[in-house]
Ligand binder design. Sequence first.
Ligand code: C2O
Ligand code: CU
Length: 485
Amino acid sequence: MKRRAFLGLGAAAVAAGAGWALLRPASPGRLLRSTAPLPPKFRARLPIPATREGTAITIVQREADLDILPGLKTRAWTYDGTFPGPTIVSRRGTETVVTHRNELPEPTVVHLHGGHTPAESDGYPIDLLLPANGQPGHQHHGDMMMGAVATGERAYRYPMGQRAATLWYHDHRMGATAPAVWRGLAGFHLVRDDEEDALPLPEGDHDVPLMITDRSFAEDGSFRYAADHVEGVLGDVVLVNGAPWPVLEVAPVRYRLRLLNASNARRYRLALDPQPPGGAAFTQVGSDGGLLAAPLTHDAIDAAPAERFDVVVDFARWRPGTTVRLVDRLAGLDVMRFDVTGARQADDSAVPAVLSRTLEPLGPPKRTRTFRFRQSTDGTWTINDEAYRPGHALANPRLGEVERWRFLTDFHHPVHLHLDPFQVLSRNGHDVARYDMGWKDTVDVRPAEAVEVAVRFTDHTGLFLLHCHNLEHEDMAMMADFRVE
Ligand code: C2O
Ligand code: CU
């Protein structure tokens, strides 16, 4: 969208009484400044999370003191002691059972974002996993609502009957997701399959997951968070795979970068600086739900919270010795740096002109449903004027039927559906935008927009979620159940 039009719509949303003020239109949230000294840029090396393969994986959720800032420790909530947690790698069609043990001081819920998962393993927000170390008889969790509760450990079963894709797992407890993810509860989960393996895309060390999160830090090094930033919490330090403004040394060859915006509220317009000669630095090969039908080139990529963009960058397009910054053009932030090193060399990877032949448009929808994402006059974020109530379904789609869902907004809301991915049909009555291609599970709906998607829920019945993935909005009730029947 053109910047002028964009500002105009932002102003219209304010005038319409959206209840927020003095926000830069590009920043759906409020900046929380660090009180710790900011770390230097481009000193840390990019960490790559450890990978875990297999059909039975155990993860311990526990506190850990991380080295993120020089000379300080950051007490984090982690999956297995690291932030991001370990990268789980599954094969399409092979069930993966992930057993989580909660050694944190509070209940948690695990959701596999993008997973085609039965309801009982989907991380419904009141299906709490209570801490293992709670004192018997002292397990009070206030007036927390509870669904299917487990204590200590819970096995989440993921059938993995889905295309190769970049998924991620994160906490999803009702009313408490935003601070839990901010404190570190997020990790990648990759699905691989034969279709993707047959392509000559960069692999091994040249296939790099990049989890981008903004955070703020208190003087003692702990994560600083502000529950009263109801529009969304924005940090002033950008972490990639948990390290502040890190550096990755790259050879002058192609790399596959799996970009994930795991920030609570911040949107990014990601670009490489300097651009390579001729621009079009990113060749997108995949979106939330895996491979696109054909590659798509971009100068910059707009990524809202929870969206994934799987891109190939050919570092042979810069002279060896060049430092290439990944930047955010919305807020003018640095994200990380790629240092192109070493001599030119043969590169047997490629991006084929056809990526996937299995991407068919969903058939004509049987019905249309409309969901309005709005802030109510009391400040609550609502869907169709309702604050989240577990068990109260706003829609009852039938298994296997194609539906058209329309999302209308007052403000920036990255809208996410559980269970199955969707295809974006239109934006404001026009064609889909450049970032809407392929199978998506999260779509960035900007102020005063109308986005239509086609979706078909398959295989699993029961209660699933529709919500805004600005995590502060989600916690402040912008979530709804739908029941697949
Ligand atoms: Cu990434 Cu319902 O969440
Ligand atoms: Cu929202």
